[in-house]
Design a protein around this ligand. Structure first.
Ligand SMILES: [Zn+2]
Length: 96
């Protein structure tokens, strides 16, 4: 592979050019995010929201709720992408 930006040779699978930092194949990298990474992102969002609640007062609760919601949405989106990438499950056995 070759960097689109600076033209230097990059290894297959690299998402960022080590020479100039140009991102290559970002969409591929995003599609390859496994579900547990998505859950990590979701959990991190909840953690941040929880920290905000501890650090501030009532108003922070709204921020926390929004953060938790964001975490759930992120997990949903990436999980659905992951499901699409999975090979098709064998057809269910017909019921007698
Ligand atoms: Zn480059």
């Amino acid at each position: 592979m070759k960097c689109e930006s600076c033209g230097k040779q990059t290894e297959e699978g690299w998402s960022v050019c080590p020479s100039c930092g140009h991102s290559a194949g970002v969409s591929e990298a995003v599609l390859a995010v496994p579900g547990d990474v998505a859950r990590g992102v979701a959990n991190a969002s909840v953690e941040v929201a929880t920290t905000v609640v501890k650090a501030t007062e009532h108003a922070a609760q709204d921020v926390a709720d929004a953060g938790k919601q964001l975490g759930r949405e992120t997990e949903k989106v990436v999980t659905s992408v992951g499901d699409e990438l999975k090979p098709n499950a064998p057809p269910a056995a017909p019921k007698p």
